[in-house]
Design a protein around this ligand. Structure first.
Ligand code: G4P
Length: 536
């Protein structure tokens, strides 16, 4: 137990969330450099695939398949064992990103100061908000002429609906960028483009009236800083770690990842205040990380891209107790015992077999088809972790088998790829042989066809469907739900858990139906359905 407490206090598991091109790869690399996990710049591959062709994507996945350890990067820093989860860069695979967020205890939001809050940032923050995940924010690329910092704060607060608390504040911007002022420490961090930061670049000043400030940054920028800080103090309450931990306010840092400016301070702050492994919600009860008995859940399954090896890697987040190699556990969904001789831990870009893993750690398990995303593993208790939501796909198609002689391969491929989370598959009421496919991005349709053909020797075709907007539905009134499903049966789909989904073709139509059916609750993710019905 004592060992568990010690290990818990060390763990820090987080993910970086950002819109592509904001600088996630660059920051990841700097963090790993500080952690001593890598020694040269350029060692971290960007997960993005800007060309978005299916062959490029498959190539990229192959590389990732060989070196899957890049999905989780572990390193030690400041007395803590840090697990940084990679989230796929490609917009079409955002669903995987959302699931990754269920396995972390906090997030680092990176915003490009030139572009401000962008599309994917909004969606990712929504997921964090749903779970009250603490978020720290890094405004990147201050070496470029970007948006006004006040405007950036305002935009973040307004668009991401989270309180902002600047911890550092930029002095100048773009070509005139001189560094940042740390509002908590009351020190100046001076910036010299392209140079490694020296200890003498950090200057403690007594107050903003200190003439040293004018000497270091020039009187025009010094005056501007005085003005800005007075304004900030009037508008924003001081930073409180409790608000950060509750997920209601985000500390904001400014810097330039490319110039390695501001990243170390960010990491130091995270090391001090980012949460230890947090309790995780199961359908049955709240599970505390300090509980002696082991529990964990599968949040990602990564296929081996070599068709000759059908094995996959299941990524498991340890939630409580410790996970031991060769010990027999309980796979809750099947009720069967489960044991592994080679659980893998991820350190930097390597993976190694581990004997023991602790809450907050991510363990890779070679899997030949036992696991589905969302599965819980315990020492015997039947609990089911929540927080692995399915998100409403944005593209729907009927899927049909294009080669009737390969019926068996077709169904096997479809089932396995759905389990892996490549696509979501739905059925229709009273039409048992009709399957509808839902994906978040167009590319997934091509990937599915490619993988069906190359891995399962099956061919599939798609047919258009005229319904595009999906909402999971539930009701406290069973009869009302049944009547609704009957009345709108043409627009109803059923997901793998048996939950109904209402499909509409325009936001206007959806709002009308919603308004006319107050007994029915509509949700954008499957998780919301579960949350509400569990507490109802
Ligand atoms: P991502 O993983 O979030 O997609 O972003 P990534 O780190 O790949 O960065 C996107 C682009 O932004 C890269 O340029 C990168 O060099 C640049 N960048 C990152 N941080 C900063 C910064 O602080 N200042 C400036 N000026 N640029 C920054 P690229 O031209 O797309 O790629 P590359 O050729 O430099 O690798």
């Amino acid at each position: 137990m004592e060992e568990l407490e010690t290990q818990l206090k060390k763990r820090l598991t987080f993910a970086i969330i950002s819109h592509p091109d904001s600088g996630k790869t660059t920051i990841t690399e700097k963090l790993l450099l500080f952690g001593g996990a890598i020694h040269i710049a350029g060692a971290v591959k960007s997960g993005k695939n800007t060309k978005a062709s299916v062959s490029d994507f498959m190539e990229m996945e192959k590389e990732r398949g060989i070196s899957i350890s890049t999905s989780v990067m572990g390193f030690e820093y400041g007395g803590r064992k840090i697990n940084l989860l990679d989230t796929p860069g490609h917009a079409d695979f955002s669903e995987d990103t959302y699931r990754g967020l269920s396995a972390v205890d906090s997030a680092l939001l990176v915003i490009d100061s030139v572009k401000g809050v962008e599309d994917r940032t909004r969606k990712l923050c929504e997921v964090c908000r749903m779970r009250h995940t603490p978020i720290a924010t890094f405004m990147n690329k201050l070496d470029r002429e970007g948006k006004d910092p006040m405007e950036l704060l305002d935009e973040t607060e307004r668009e991401l609906r989270i309180g902002v608390r600047p911890v550092t504040w930029p002095i100048g911007q773009g070509r005139s960028f001189k560094g940042v002022y740390n509002l908590v420490e009351k020190s100046l961090y001076l910036f010299f483009p392209g140079e490694v930061q020296r200890p003498s670049d950090i200057v403690k000043i007594e107050s903003l009236e200190d003439p040293l400030l004018d000497e270091k940054v020039g009187s025009t920028l010094a005056d501007k800083l005085r003005e800005d800080v007075a304004l900030l103090n009037g508008v924003y309450p001081p930073f409180s770690p409790a608000d950060y931990l509750a997920g209601t306010a985000t500390p904001v840092f400014f810097g330039s990842a490319l110039n390695n400016f501001g990243v170390r301070e960010l990491l130091d702050t995270l090391t001090l205040m980012a949460p230890h492994p947090t309790p995780k919600t199961s359908e049955e009860r709240l599970v505390h990380p300090g509980e002696e008995k082991f529990s964990g859940f599968i949040f990602k399954i990564h296929a081996n891209m070599n068709p000759k090896h059908r094995d996959r890697v299941a990524f498991m987040r340890v939630c409580s107790g410790s996970f031991e190699r060769n010990k027999t556990y309980h796979h809750v969904r099947s009720g069967k015992p489960f044991r592994t001789a080679n659980p893998t831990a991820f350190m930097a870009q390597d993976s190694e077999i581990v004997d023991l893993a602790w809450p907050g750690d991510i363990v890779g398990i070679h899997d030949t088809g036992t696991f589905k995303i969302g599965d819980t593993v315990t020492e015997g208790e039947s609990i089911n972790f929540k927080g692995i939501p399915s998100f409403a796909p944005q593209i729907f198609r009927y899927i049909v088998n294009a080669d009737p002689t390969k019926e068996k391969q077709y169904h096997k491929g479809l089932d396995q790829l759905a389990e892996e989370g490549v696509v979501q598959i739905f059925s229709k009421p009273h039409q048992s042989n009709v399957r509808v496919l839902g994906v978040v991005g167009q590319l997934q349709l091509e990937v599915l066809q490619y993988r069906m053909e190359h891995e399962y020797n099956a061919k599939c075709n798609y047919k258009p469907i005229d319904l595009t907007i999906a909402h999971w539905i539930t009701s406290d009134d069973k009869k009302a739900l049944e009547a609704f499903v009957d009345e709108h049966s043409r627009r109803i789909l059923i997901d793998i858990r048996g939950t109904h989904i209402f499909m509409s073709d325009s936001p206007w139509y959806f709002e009308r139906i919603k308004g006319a059916n107050p007994a029915i609750r509509f949700y954008a993710t499957s998780e919301m359905v579960e949350e509400r019905s569990a507490s109802a």
